[in-house]
Structure formats: C-alpha cells, structure tokens
Ligand binder design. Sequence first.
Ligand SMILES: [Zn+2]
Ligand SMILES: [Zn+2]
Length: 477
Amino acid sequence: MDQHTGYVKVLVGGRGEKSGNRTLNRATDSPRQPGSSIKPLAAYGPALDTGAITLASAIDDSPYYYSSGQLVKNFTAGEYRGLMTVREAIYRSQNVPAVKVLTLITPQVGFNYLEKFGISTLVSPQKAINGSHDIVQPLALGGMTLGVTNIDMTAAYAAIANHGTYTKPVYYTAVYDYKGNLLLDNSSSETHTVLKEQTAWLLTSALESVITQGTGTSAALSNQPVAGKTGTTNNETDKWFCGFTPYYTASIWLGYDDNSKVLSKSISHTKIWQTIMSQIHEGLSTGEFTQPSGIVTAQVCSQSGKLAVAGLCDEDPRGSQVITEYFSADNVPTEECDTHVKVTICNDSGDIASAGCTNTSTRVYIKKSSSGTASDEESSYSAYDSSYAITDEKLSRLCSLHNGSNASAVKPGSQTTEASQAVTTPSNTAGTTAANNNGTNGNTSNTTGTSAAHNNNQSSSAAQNPTTASQNWNTAE
Ligand SMILES: [Zn+2]
Ligand SMILES: [Zn+2]
C-alpha cells in the first residue's frame, strides 16, 4: 500500500496453484490473531498520543498479573528483564510492559484507537460473541475475539507511516463503460487523523529500533529505513510482520487456514517481507522519515524516564543509565529521577544503616515496589534486575543491631540530596516533605515532628521516614 494515497498496489490472498475464482482471500477475508503486531496500535501508540507515556518511560518488565489473577507471560516464559524504556519494550516485544501500558490508558482507550486505525473486526461488549469481546487487558498482546485482517493491519500501519492520518484502502480509482463514460469515481480518499504527527514520528522511531536492534532485524532493507513490528501467536500458528518504508507499507501473515500445523522455524516472515520489499524499492532513492516540528531530545534516566540526576543515574552499578531520547515538546519529563537511590547498608545486619553502624557500604540501587518475583505451578521467576533493586519495605527497615539515637542512613560527607532521595518517595505524607526540602530549596516545612531534619545537614530522613515509603508509589505503570 502507498501510505500517501491509500492505494493498494499488491494484494496476495494465498499461495500455490490457483484452484478457482473468488476463493478465500486471506489478505481481506481471514481475520487472524495479530499477536504482538497489535501492540503499537492498541497500547503504545495510544499511550504516546495521550501523553500517558514517553518513549523513555520506564516500565517494569517483572512478574505481573491480569486483573483475572492470571500471570502475564513473556514470549520467553520466565524472561522478565526488569525496568526498561518503552522503546526497549517495543523492540524486544516484551509482553508485560504492553499489558501494563494498556492497563494504564485502559483497554477502552486502546479499543477506541483501534477503531480509529480502521480495524473492522473489533468486537465490542454490546456485540460480544459467546461472552467474549475486545475491551480486555489481553488486547495489548493481540488476544482478540475475531482477530484482524491483513488489509486492516496494513492500512493501520500505513496511518503511522502517513504522519498519523489514516486512509481507507483504495483498490481502484475509476470504472468506465466501453464508451468511456465514467461509471464509478473512487479517486477521492477517505481520510481521518488517528495520531498526532509527533506521536506518529515517535512511534516510527521506536519501530525503527525493532529493525535495527530488535525482533525484526531480518526485515532491514539496504536502501531504505524500515519501521515495523513482528507478531507471533502463542502456538506459533500465526506469524506477522507489519512494516513500512518512507514509500510503502506492507504486512505479511504466515499460517495455516485451520491452524493444523505449527509453522516451521525455518520460515522467516521478516525475511519474506524483506525480499518482497527490496524488489519493490529497487531503484528508488533512499527516503527518510521526516521529523516534524515539535520534537525535542532530552537526557533522561532509562530506569525512571525522568531527568537524570548526576551521582545517581550515572552511578548505577551496571553502568550509566543516562540516555538521550526523543520527546514530543509538550511531554518532556520535568521531574528528576526518583528510582535511583543511594543507600548505605549496615553490613552486619543487611538493613539500612543507622547512626550507630560502623561497618557499612554505600551504593546506588533502583527502587522498586516489590521484589519482582512470582511463581506459578511450574517455576518461579524473578526480574533480571532484582539484584540491583531495593524495595520500599527494605528501605524502611533500619538496622536494629546498632539502632541508637538519631539514626542516619547517610555517612558524614555524603550529599544531602542523595540522602533525601535514598530513602524517600515523592509522596505528600509528612516526613517526606522535610526530606525533600532538606538542603534543596529551603522551603521550610511546618510539619511537626520532622522539622529537626531541616537543620541537620546530614539528613536523618531514613530514620524519620520509615513508614511512608510504600504509600505512594506503584503508580508509574
Ligand atoms: Zn535514575
Ligand atoms: Zn548496623
């Protein structure tokens, strides 16, 4: 499809020897489960468009449950990679972040966007089939009642390629009778806006990462940039690749009509797409996905998606987590990273050091809401970054071996800003107010019982704040 006009250039409804006329056309008439190829349309695109996320938003790829109580599994079961940016979640095609993002914007909003993208096989609750409809969390992963058709997916991706504007597929422009009289005029396209132009470009940028470093590397073309997304269903009965260049959009689906066989691993859907598209683009000059106005870059922390803090985000034990990302100018992070914390641990007890602890070590952790572990009947899982993470529960636990008076989590000489961030959360509860103001803006708090900390340049926020930690976080995803 030419995304600029909506003209369908080629449509292949099946392979092999032609056996009849007007037989099943798989490109237009076979709704199939889209798998992960739906993620940009149902979850990430809408969430970027509504400002709920940025490409840098950090989503915790850790064990997570649907509201039904069922564990969300990644493509590789048990592979939970921990905090990752939306861009990484897209190019690695991890499932948990997609479900979390759809849950954040609500399945209803995702459904509404799919309607705008022209997906014609959606099932609303009013038209539920055997109780099944598509306004559900698994929609994020392509768990749909009927599925989608190839032409609808192609037109939807063409809308991303066409700066966010959808064009209804055009199969012919005019029909004349034998005398040359115009019988049907189909030359004017039906179009409408789905995504803001900035959203479309940001999403395209992330979909380029799928090709350059993600699940779709085999789709790369030698003379054009490519953006796209893979999709594979649970039992590998359907494989999709939907993608576009600056010229054309194409989707490929592989599968058996009756799901009778599992697709051979040796068949590469991305390679087939690449083979077809490289022929189509032969001789065309190298195009580009033109950046619209209203896009800016910013240096942020990959573990929080917020502005990087020197001495924290660049001192992650795994290496600096400071990245540069593109943002819509109206949705640039303004808050500083509150995921990275510098914590002093008492080596004797393993708990947060108090003033009386002498054998301590200090390092930067990432603060997470839970331990990131889960189990099902088969195995137990934990996120890859769990050894770098510290929970609010742990942050609230002061060393009881040496817990003398006026405990402090911070060694003399440490910067107070780090101390504040080390053990507090951005909540509005008493106690954190003092910590947040300590040594920063001098905004004197009236909170009783915590004012002592203001005059104490060696912040004692750990001691005063142990109970507030878990109250106001776990909202980011
Ligand atoms: Zn950080
Ligand atoms: Zn101790």
